[in-house]
Every structure is written in structure tokens, then in C-alpha cells.
Design a protein. Structure first.
Length: 176
């Protein structure tokens, strides 16, 4: 079992040794959770487009489809994905990939982020089904892919809750 010390607190992890990934680059133990810096960077990268949209369009998003149950499921899934993307609970079998797996993970994840930004830029003034699908499927894939690559059961489950609800709400609110 690997042992690493941050300050005066020893850190041990029975499933994934801390020494397999440089902790100062990728994660930091917070009590019984691990802070995932890459997850935070990916989340912020996706949110930049949404923040720009909110600033440029202060009237906001008009919700024309009022299904409270699906919207509640979407919000629970969304916030669960955000939390689990950034904070890892080790007992649920998660780890940050290292070596070539980290390169694959970050390459594909940032490819999705770039694709999301390009779709926002190209589809800014449209409100059709294609825009709704593109801007809802890409973040759903990012959450699911991150969960699979980090082997994090909670993020996978949250993304499987979020994706269908988010895609449904987006499509129902788009112009035909």
C-alpha cells in the first residue's frame, strides 16, 4: 500500500496507490475525497461558452417545455456530474489515469471541449434540432467518457441520468 504525506496527514489508498499519479499535478486529498484538477479544468472549459452566452444574452434561455419531472432529473444529473467530475470518493473505485491512458483521456476530453466550443460558435444564432442535439450530446459524452476513463462509478451513473434528460429537454425546447 502506498503512503504519501501532505502536511502531517498520511494518505493511504488501498485500491489505487497514490504514488501511481503525482498528487501535486492531478489530485489532492480532501478528507475522504480526492480533488480532481483535470475534472475542474474540463468543467470550466465547457462552462466558458455558457457564461459567454449568459453575458451576451441576458434575457436568458426560454424554457418552452414544462415537464417538471424530466427537468428535475436533468438538474440532479447535471449537478451530480459537476460534483463527481471534480470530487472523487475513492471507495467508489475511481482513479486518474496515468501515462498513455492520461494522454488518451485528456486528448479525447479536450477534443470534445473544442468541438463543443466550435459548435457554440458556428450555431450561435440557430435554435434548431441540430444545435440542440450537438450542444447536449457533447457535454453528456464528456461526462460519460470521463467517468469511464477514471473508472468512477458515481460519475458514470450521474452521466447516465443526466444525458437522456438533458438531450430531451434541449430537443423539446428547440425549434423543429
Amino acid at each position: 500500500m502506498a503512503l504519501k504525506t501532505i502536511g502531517s496527514n498520511p494518505i493511504t489508498h488501498p485500491i489505487f496507490p497514490v504514488t501511481s499519479v503525482p498528487g501535486f499535478l492531478f489530485r489532492e486529498r480532501i478528507s475522504y475525497m480526492i480533488f480532481n484538477y483535470w475534472g475542474l479544468v474540463l468543467f470550466i472549459s465547457v462552462m466558458i461558452q455558457n457564461i459567454i452566452y449568459a453575458v451576451r444574452c441576458p434575457e436568458g434561455f426560454e424554457n418552452r417545455w414544462n415537464n417538471k419531472i424530466v427537468q428535475l432529473i436533468e438538474q440532479v444529473g447535471r449537478y451530480s456530474c459537476i460534483v463527481f467530475m471534480i470530487l472523487i470518493v475513492p471507495i467508489f473505485g475511481a482513479d486518474i489515469p496515468d501515462g498513455k491512458y492520461l494522454a488518451v483521456y485528456l486528448s479525447f476530453a479536450f477534443l470534445l471541449v473544442i468541438l463543443y466550443a466550435v459548435c457554440w460558435y458556428k450555431l450561435w444564432n440557430r435554435n434548431d434540432r441540430f444545435r440542440a442535439l450537438a450542444l447536449s450530446i457533447i457535454p453528456s459524452l464528456l461526462f460519460l467518457f470521463s467517468g469511464i476513463m477514471t473508472r468512477y462509478i458515481l460519475l458514470i451513473a450521474a452521466s447516465l441520468i443526466f444525458a437522456p434528460a438533458h438531450i430531451t429537454v434541449s430537443v423539446k425546447n428547440s425549434d423543429k
